[in-house]
Design a protein around this ligand. Sequence first.
Ligand SMILES: *Cc1c(COP(=O)(O)O)cnc(C)c1O
Length: 220
Amino acid sequence: MSLSQVIANVEIARKNVNAHHIVKIVAVSKYVDSHDIEDIYHQGQRAFGENKVQDLKNKSEILNNYPLEWHHIGRIQRNKINELIRLRPFLVHGLDSYDTAHEYHKRLEREGETQAVLLQINSANEETKAGIEIHNALNLYEKLLQECPRLKLQGIMTIGAHTNDEYLVKKSFEESAKIFSQLQPMGAKILSMGMSHDYELAISFGANLIRVGSAIFHSH
Ligand SMILES: *Cc1c(COP(=O)(O)O)cnc(C)c1O
């Protein structure tokens, strides 16, 4: 696998949805160092994702001469929020609770900043997974839109069911797509779902942002 192979696969998958369905690829660079990121950058990739604030900081500082777009895709730890605010990532994907949202918002207010975020949905309903339960998602999203104006909610993020049972994976994508369509009238634009092993399936359910790591980086 490689970036060009992933792009080719995405091109087929997105056209199967329709000609106007555009999918952004976020290259998840958590497994690699800045040299590998540079390499992929020179192949045309601009959006990169990290799941640890410290890695995001290190790599974005080393690469700050490049016009990169950084995504924070991991769990938001309270003691890392201030650092995250300083780093001003393009998008924070893992807003996964009401309390974290309020904490984040409070600190943004203090700094006079805003942050584009996605609400993470636990669409597979797995206890080990972070995120808002499906039946709470709509309510909470609406509530946060009103209560936390400095969090610029852009949509939702989810991780598909962790199983080989394709039925369950499809079900989790389908649930997320349903929530997303209900949130679109409230301004939701991004449905972040799909990783190396399931991004084509995720696109078929309407994902317009995929987070792909190993399929891009473990090829050399
Ligand atoms: C690591 C990670 C990915 C990418 O996973 P791959 O299977 O390597 O593509 C995507 N999303 C999140 C939240 C991750 O932590």
